[in-house]
Design a protein. Structure first.
Length: 180
């Protein structure tokens, strides 16, 4: 059965808006057509996706977005999709896989549990006031390993954002690319 993956990914993006960046449907459609989205199914039904960048020799592969349907989490589906990407990266000669993950997201524990480590923590957007954890995992032995840092678990804090909004400062939609 052919699924409408674009509609499904859009639905998951909206359901998980606090944890995911919003990407336009045209961008996601290009990624689907370009084979840069690994899809996951449970009992023949869509259950998640992992959108990644190009697999190139001597470069890290970037995970732009990964999401599993809430009811399907903790069933190995996410790990299976990451394993597929790891294998693609190794075959393609990539050096590592990297991604950014919101400190408020439950997936921080997932990435650590499957062997990724945090190399940096940066400040997130102005609305949510959370941090962004930068995860990394090597795909082949290296001479130098980036030092690991403790991941942030800073929760979303909308207090300042709501005060600014009440004060008349215009705030963009969370579905806008300019909401940071």
């Amino acid at each position: 059965m052919k699924h409408n993956w674009l509609s499904y990914i859009d639905k998951l993006q909206k359901q998980n808006a606090d944890d995911l960046a919003f990407y336009p449907l045209d961008t996601l459609n290009e990624a689907l057509e370009g084979g840069q989205i690994i899809t996951g199914q449970e009992n023949g039904e869509p259950a998640g996706y992992l959108w990644h960048g190009p697999v190139r020799p001597s470069h890290p592969v970037v995970i732009y977005q990964a999401c599993i349907d809430y009811d399907m989490r903790r069933r190995q589906l996410g790990h299976d999709m990451v394993r597929q990407l790891i294998e693609m990266g190794k075959v393609g000669g990539s050096t590592a896989i990297r991604l950014r993950c919101a400190s408020s997201s439950e997936s921080t524990q997932f990435w650590q549990a499957i062997g990724f480590y945090v190399t940096n923590v940066t400040e997130g957007g102005r609305k949510r006031k959370r941090d962004i954890n930068h995860f990394w995992t090597d795909l082949r032995p290296t001479l130098l390993v980036a030092p690991s840092v403790t991941p942030s678990i800073t929760p979303i804090n909308l207090k300042q954002y709501q005060q600014d909004k009440r004060g008349g400062i215009e705030m963009p939609s969370r579905f806008s690319r300019n909401h940071y």
